[in-house]
Design a binder for this molecule. Structure first.
Ligand code: ADE
Length: 362
């Protein structure tokens, strides 16, 4: 049973939140078109899951121009979608988006299922994304808890829990659900959507993991963590993932016309399906130049640079070489000019290798 105190507190928090969002929401491209088309919501929410809003803002319109409708996206081949996703990272999301578009067109006649439960049955849509599309596009009274909302709710309630803790997950969905309900009472048409997006916005802008700006917070007066001075301990830190080292040796190989050799990575694992300069990869140590030359059949190689790149789970060490084109290109190699390469799906390090380091010629 909901006590009167909780009910009134939720109502007041929601009022403050909605007023703040109305006055302070950032102008972002996916918010710009008044009506909330479910396709735009789906694309933006998948892009935003692990990428900063400022980075998504740079890429969103371009992606929508290339794939303006769910049908256009469903028709595209995976390579095109990965290429359009370049620079956003976490390419699995691009594949999931593509799969969801194909399911919407193939199994639902191109019409989005409306409810969170139906949306969650589409491939690639988790509980958060389903809730976001259902509420932001269709006005359903359903919560959408991402890492931002989780942090805001845990702090509001003063619960020192890690975000992966099942108690935190239950609490966050239940409390966000109650705030959304209060929002829908306040504004029957768009209240649920506004509360969801306001909670996300609050977490992103005012209540980040580090450096919360409690002085600017519209709900600071109700925040238990603030009253107890425990904001910095919420959410509780999880152990850092142990990053495994991986050693990459990539070779820039130009043909007679200065085009560079490009291969495609396998369908599984890190950067699956993306393109790269011919590369040798090992887990125990860096390959020597002689090994690289022999393995890739490019004779003697000359080192032209090296750099490190971190992913969530890996410490990647890249050494970049130049080598001679073999007389016959090995299977899977293609020689491409810079424009064609720029149009491929490339990881950030390979973008650097092929387009920056590769631009210098032999
Ligand atoms: N992060 C996730 N969803 C978002 C949204 N709709 N606006 C801004 N940042 C977000």
């Amino acid at each position: 049973m909901v006590s009167g105190v909780t009910f009134e507190r939720d109502r007041d928090i929601t009022r403050a939140l909605v007023a703040w969002f109305g006055a302070s929401a950032r102008e972002l491209p996916w918010r710009s078109c008044g009506t909330r088309d479910p396709y735009r919501v789906l694309v933006s929410e998948l892009m935003l899951q692990q990428t900063q809003a400022s980075r998504v803002a740079e890429r969103f319109d371009e992606f929508l121009a290339r794939f303006p409708t769910v049908e256009a996206l469903a028709r595209a081949d995976e390579g095109e979608v990965l290429a359009a996703w370049s620079g956003l990272g976490y390419y699995r999301r691009a594949r999931l988006l593509h799969g969801a578009a194909r399911a919407i067109v193939g199994e639902h006649g191109g019409r989005f299922p409306r409810g969170a439960a139906e949306l969650a049955s589409l491939p690639g849509l988790g509980r958060y994304t389903a809730g976001a599309v259902a509420s932001l596009a269709f006005g359903e009274q359903t919560p959408a808890v991402d890492a931002n909302v989780m942090r805001v709710v845990l702090r509001l309630e003063g619960r020192v829990l890690a975000t992966a803790d099942p108690r935190a997950v239950r609490l966050a969905w239940a409390r966000a659900g109650a705030l959304v309900e209060a929002g829908a009472r306040l504004r029957p048409a768009r209240g649920a959507a506004v509360v969801n997006e306001a909670l996300i916005e609050l977490g992103a802008v005012v209540c980040p993991a580090r450096g919360p700006k409690c002085g600017d917070c519209p709900v600071a007066g109700w925040c238990v963590a603030r009253a107890r001075g425990s904001t910095g301990r919420i959410p509780a830190r999880k152990k850092r993932p142990v990053r495994r080292a991986v050693y990459f040796a990539s070779v820039l190989v130009a043909d007679g016309e200065g085009r560079l050799a490009v291969t495609r990575r396998g369908d599984d694992g890190l950067w699956a399906g993306l393109h790269e300069a011919p590369t040798v990869e090992r887990m125990d140590r860096a390959s020597t130049g002689a090994e690289v030359g022999k393995l890739l059949g490019v004779g003697r190689v000359r080192e032209v640079g090296s750099f490190a790149f971190k992913t969530t789970h890996r410490d990647c060490h890249f050494v970049v070489y130049r080598g001679r084109a073999p007389r016959r290109a090995p299977e899977g190699w293609r020689y491409l000019g810079p424009e064609a390469i720029a149009g491929l799906g490339l990881s950030s390090p390979q973008r650097r290798i092929l387009l920056e380091m590769g631009a210098g010629g032999a």
